[in-house]
Design a protein. Structure first.
Length: 188
């Protein structure tokens, strides 16, 4: 993994119950290890329930609720996957608006596994090169994305990966894009 210094950069992690735990903890630790400041953003106060596949895992404290969080307060957004997590977030209008705000401000956004469901609903995938968990291929193509089955895809500050096996490459590209900062081509 390449070393990227993102000291002081604020990174929002948007998730809710049902998040695939390693898709939260691995990028979170990568951000912290590179000097970044991760913040857990969720629809509700309290904690969110992580999962390892279909098995309950750890809980994680919420730092900010969606109604308190603003894209302008962060340098980047990371969207961990998990079927239940992604399914709940994609129908949340506040989650859609929060994610769309990062695209509108040309800030890096990273999504892994099922997380791109939210971005379909946010209206930000049309014309973008990306990947995801294989079951989202048709959804993403129907929303206008150029989908490929690659370990990691980067499109002007927008990073996507398929599953937990891709986390080393995903984390490296997430840090690289955050270190580079805003990208003019990163837009809704």
């Amino acid at each position: 993994m390449t070393t990227h210094d993102i000291s002081g950069k604020k990174v929002a992690f948007l998730l809710t119950d049902g998040v695939e735990q390693v898709e939260l903890t691995s990028p979170w630790e990568a951000v912290k290890g590179a000097g970044g400041v991760p913040t857990l953003v969720a629809p509700s106060e309290g904690t969110v329930q992580g999962f390892n596949g279909t098995d309950k895992a750890d809980t994680f404290p919420v730092d900010l609720t969606l109604d308190q969080a603003k894209a302008g307060d962060f340098d980047a957004l990371v969207l961990p996957g998990g079927v239940v997590n992604a399914d709940h977030l994609r129908v949340d209008k506040d989650a859609q608006a929060f994610a769309r705000g990062f695209f509108e401000q040309h800030k890096p956004v990273a999504a892994i596994c099922h997380a791109p469901w939210l971005l379909i609903e946010a209206g930000v995938v049309s014309g973008r090169s990306m990947t995801s968990y294989h079951t989202l291929e048709t959804d993403l193509r129907n929303a206008g994305a150029e989908w490929t089955d690659d370990e990691v895809v980067v499109d002007a500050g927008f990073v996507t990966s398929r599953n937990p096996d891709d986390l080393p490459a995903f984390n490296d590209k997430v840090l690289e894009e955050i270190a580079e900062g805003p990208h003019e081509g990163q837009t809704a």
